[in-house]
Design a protein around this ligand. Structure first.
Ligand code: ADP
Length: 561
């Protein structure tokens, strides 16, 4: 039965209970009252008429009105005949009354009339008793039937009241459990309600939804499994080491390369907390450190290999869900870089001797004792000297760079006065500066503390900065060289008022071989990179501040001895 029908039935039943009870009560009360009425009205009236007739009969000889009273009551009695035998008795009264009127002296008529009236009286009294008994019986019947009906209806209402809530609440409970299972991703849950009402429909709809979700989940799972296997295959085929961690730093996967590098087996470490593994594995410790873009030298496959480490945070909707560590195998680049460094070192070294010999020959040519040269020849010789100087500078810069790249910076630290370094650097750039009508001003504090430094390399750095300042300044301008004490360091600065540096490039100018695009001055892009290496090798720091179009200020600091 449908829920709606059940509700309608339940309410209708209660309505019928109330209606039935009401109708029956009214019916029985009516019946009772009609019985009472009958008893009271007809029979009591007859008794009253009889009584009146008897009284009038007593007074007939003395009172003439008594005959009329008798007549009136007899007439009323004749119209109020209700009992069996009452009619005959009334007719007898009429007959005797007529005889009495015809012969008032006949005394026998009086007694006949009294007897007949007595019969009517008896009949009515018996009727009253009988009807009273019937009314009593009816009352008992009413009480009996109303009690029966009341009991039955109360029982039925009780059964309905007790059962009806569970008719609604039970399926709702089952449905709520089903929905909870679905919320907990248990898509195998089904609801079995064997009822053909709205709850049955709801259960069917729920089962269809659950099976669709189940299907969707399984198809998604298959797809995900397929994608997972595909990505695993790709990751395993890669030449780079890849390690996946979850958001709690538990290991999710290692590819073959990282297994080999770490000396670990994936199946032994998956699910384990990476910092725990790092306690016994140095490489793992380096890998999970925050330090990105680290170059690592690892002995693998029987040779030294080079890897660059990168840590990527994996996010989903801005929530961190894991981390991927990639070990880029940069060994081939490293090998090529080494070959390049060796090649440059060899070439620069080999070039130094012929260049020196060109310069030697030039100085011999300039000697008047060998022969005089004309102005044009002198100019040509000067050009050759300038170019040879430049070539020598380039080869020496390249050589220095090869030393830096090979990690072969040999430091000879000693106690040096900052003034000495400034003096040497300015001296070596004097000619160059005067050629461009540039004045180098010194603004050094008096009595600066000595520094602990490699004198030759520091002089080279300051000289290089001054040389750059001259090259990138306008003619007739100034260059200010300063040295001042700050905390436990001496800060050297070279400030020029040249074209300055585009802010886009300030971070790059210390990179090897980097030259600002469009730089007209000739150069290798190595000078600042070597300066940086030399200063940092001594535990110092180098930096630039520049206003594009107004000039630059290059500074470096070294520790006081
Ligand atoms: P280069 O041999 O090209 O001068 P450097 O390493 O010394 O190589 O300098 C790198 C680049 O930085 C230069 O190409 C130049 O554009 C820029 N640079 C260096 N010093 C200055 C300076 N004082 N003023 C403006 N630009 C400069």
């Amino acid at each position: 039965m449908r829920l709606k029908a059940k509700l309608t039935f339940g309410l209708a039943f209660l309505f019928i209970v109330i209606l039935t009870f009401g109708v029956l009560s009214i019916f029985y009360i009516n019946r009772l009252s009609s019985d009472e009425e009958k008893i009271l009205k007809n029979n009591y009236e007859s008794l009253e008429y009889d009584n009146n007739m008897l009284k009038a009969l007593e007074q007939i000889p003395q009172n003439k009105n008594a005959i009329d009273i008798f007549e009136t009551n007899l007439t009323k009695q004749e119209k109020n005949i209700t009992e069996v035998g009452e009619k005959e008795a009334t007719e007898l009264v009429r007959k005797n009354f007529k005889e009495l009127l015809a012969d008032p002296s006949d005394v026998s008529n009086y007694s006949d009339i009294r007897q007949a009236i007595q019969i009517i009286n008896d009949l009515n009294q018996q009727a009253i008793l009988r009807k009273n008994a019937i009314a009593k019986k009816t009352t008992e019947d009413v009480i009996f039937w109303l009690s029966i009906i009341f009991t039955i209806l109360t029982l039925m209402a009780f059964v309905i009241v007790v059962n009806f809530p569970s008719v609604i609440s039970n399926p709702i409970k089952v449905l709520a459990e089903g929905i909870e299972s679905i919320a907990n991703k248990d898509y195998s849950k089904r609801i079995h309600l064997k009822q053909e009402d709205e709850f049955g429909d709801l259960a069917n709809a729920f089962n269809i939804m659950a099976s669709k979700l189940d299907e969707y989940e399984n198809s998604n799972l298959n797809k995900l499994m397929f994608e997972k296997r595909r990505i695993e295959t790709i990751i395993n085929q890669m030449k780079d080491g890849i390690i996946g961690l979850d958001e709690n730093k538990n290991i999710l996967f290692l590819n073959a390369v990282s297994e080999n590098l770490l000396g670990l087996k994936e199946k032994e470490v998956v699910g384990k907390y990476a910092p725990d593994i790092a306690l016994k594995n140095d490489l793992m410790r380096t890998l999970i450190s925050e330090n990105n873009n680290q170059q690592l030298k690892i002995f693998a496959d029987g040779k030294e290999s080079y890897f660059s480490k990168e840590n990527y945070v994996v996010k989903n909707d801005d929530i961190i869900i894991g981390e991927v560590i990639i070990l880029n195998n940069v060994t081939p680049f490293h090998e090529m870089d080494l070959a390049k460094t060796n090649f440059i070192a060899t070439v620069s070294h080999e070039l130094k001797t012929p260049i020196s010999s060109i310069l030697m020959s030039l100085s011999l040519l300039e000697d008047e004792r060998i022969g005089s040269s004309n102005t044009e020849q002198k100019q040509l010789m000067q050009n050759i000297k300038d170019d040879s100087d430049r070539l020598l500078l380039i080869t020496s810069e390249l050589l220095k760079m090869t030393q830096v790249e090979a990690g072969k910076i040999q430091l000879t630290k000693q106690k040096v006065l900052p003034e000495e370094i400034i003096k040497y650097a300015i001296e070596s750039n004097k000619t160059h500066a005067s050629q461009h009508q540039i004045e180098i001003k010194i603004q050094a504090q008096q009595a600066l503390a000595t520094i602990e430094a490699d004198k030759e390399k520091t002089e080279w750095v300051l000289s290089n900065l001054i040389s750059n300042a001259i090259r990138y300044s306008y003619e007739h301008s100034n260059i200010i060289v300063t040295a001042q004490q700050k905390n436990n360091t001496i800060v050297f600065s070279v400030q020029d008022f040249g074209k300055g540096i585009d802010p886009d490039y300030t971070n790059k100018i210390f990179d090897r071989y980097f030259r600002i695009p469009g730089s007209k001055e000739e150069g290798t892009g190595l000078g600042l990179a070597i300066c940086k290496e030399f200063i940092e090798a001594q535990g110092g720091k180098i930096w630039v501040e520049s206003n594009f179009g107004e000039g630059s200020k290059f500074s470096f600091q070294l520790n006081i001895a």
